[in-house]
Design a protein around this ligand. Structure first.
Ligand code: SF4
Length: 366
């Protein structure tokens, strides 16, 4: 049941929009003078708790979100932020589960809870500013100077975070620096024998329990992983257009756009799609990218995850994919070496023939 008190603190579940928007939420709530309580990082218990509350065919990220809500309630935090994220741009929509998330929480949690669910729906004309004003109103804050300065603080933290990930800092490093108010722009270029782009929602990829530490695993295998955070929104957007697709889903920039950018620029040896079992939008986006990857001869693997996914099988598939990319690259290098050798041989023989012709001419002249 929902309580009706004006809260002084807000609980933020470490799931779904946390992974894309937390730098903004942090700056904004701090700017409003509201204390944030974060749920703990995802564990098996978080997943199990989430699974107990929703029907089994709900996708893993939503089960995990519910598990985080329970974690916050267990910590004694009853005011919980569950934004109603409908559409991020005109006719660019979130999936029905994200759109209905506040209602799902209301219906499955049978404990004392206050849900803060501001809406953003650009298709219906509900702007980001409206979203921010709604949050402030729930805390009885109406002073426009305070609200505007908090919005500014939110954007500053968010923009710094993105500048750092585009410059090459990891998700974790960039997040910590942005929250600490630092902006580290020194690019860190790690050279590895192979590189891949991972097309995945931030809430699947950067939650280390859900992704089973995919980025770290790849690094250990000598593979540099690029993600949606390493490119700008414009680059992702332009890349979707360039491969001839249109953006319908709100998360399409971090999936189709990111894969398309690296594929078009020929910057990686392969594509890894990481998605949750039963996700409708992802199945369409992965299919689109698979089609374009095949056309360009780019290696691609689709890793599907749910709460039953075992780490051993996951690693085996990953190792086989990395092995295949390595063999392909070796073959390419060898064939380009052979071509180079052939070019050199032809050049040398041409030079030798010209010299021989010249000396023949000289002999004749004498
Ligand atoms: S986009 Fe897919 S994975 Fe994400 S919440 Fe919706 S159905 Fe689940």
């Amino acid at each position: 049941m929902e309580s009706k008190t004006t809260p002084k603190t807000i609980g933020i579940p470490r799931a779904i929009s946390y992974f894309s928007n937390y730098p903004f939420y942090y700056g904004y709530f701090k700017g409003l003078g509201i204390e944030i309580v974060l749920s703990d990082k995802t564990t098996n218990a978080t997943i199990n708790n989430g699974c107990k509350h929703v029907v089994s065919d709900t996708c893993l990220p939503i089960k995990v979100f519910i598990g985080h809500v329970i974690n916050l309630l267990d910590k004694g935090c009853e005011t919980i932020f569950v934004p109603s994220l409908q559409s991020s741009a005109y006719k660019v929509n979130n999936c029905s589960k994200i759109r209905g998330l506040p209602e799902i929480v209301r219906n499955v949690i049978n404990r004392k809870i206050t849900i803060i669910d501001p809406e953003i729906n650009k298709t219906e004309g509900i702007s980001f500013k409206d979203f921010c004003l709604d949050i402030a109103r729930r805390f009885d804050i109406y002073d426009s100077e305070t609200i505007n300065s908090a919005i500014k603080k939110g954007w500053e933290t968010y923009n710094n975070f993105h500048k750092m990930t585009v410059a090459g800092l990891s998700y974790k490093e960039a997040l910590q620096n942005a929250l600490d108010g630092n902006l580290v722009t020194k690019p860190i270029e790690i050279v590895k024998p192979l590189s891949v782009v991972i097309m995945a929602h931030g809430y699947n990829l950067f939650d280390e329990r859900i992704s089973m530490g995919l980025i770290k695993k790849l690094e250990k295998m000598g593979v540099k992983a690029y993600t949606s955070l390493n490119i700008t929104t414009e680059q992702a957007y332009d890349s979707i257009k360039e491969i001839g697709e249109i953006q319908y889903w709100a998360n399409e920039l971090e999936l189709t756009g990111t894969a398309a950018y690296y594929m078009l620029n020929n910057r990686v040896d392969g594509i890894i799609a990481l998605s949750a079992f039963g996700c409708g939008p992802d199945s369409l986006m992965v299919e689109e990218v698979q089609y374009h990857a095949k056309e360009r001869g780019m290696s691609m693997i689709h890793l599907n995850i749910d709460e039953h996914t075992g780490e051993a099988g996951f690693v085996t598939r990953l190792e086989a994919f990395v092995d295949m990319m390595m063999r392909k690259k070796r073959k390419q290098i060898m064939s380009s070496d052979v071509i180079n050798l052939m070019h050199t041989a032809v050049a040398i023989s041409k030079k030798t023939n010209t010299k021989a012709e010249k000396s023949k001419e000289e002999v004749i002249k004498i």
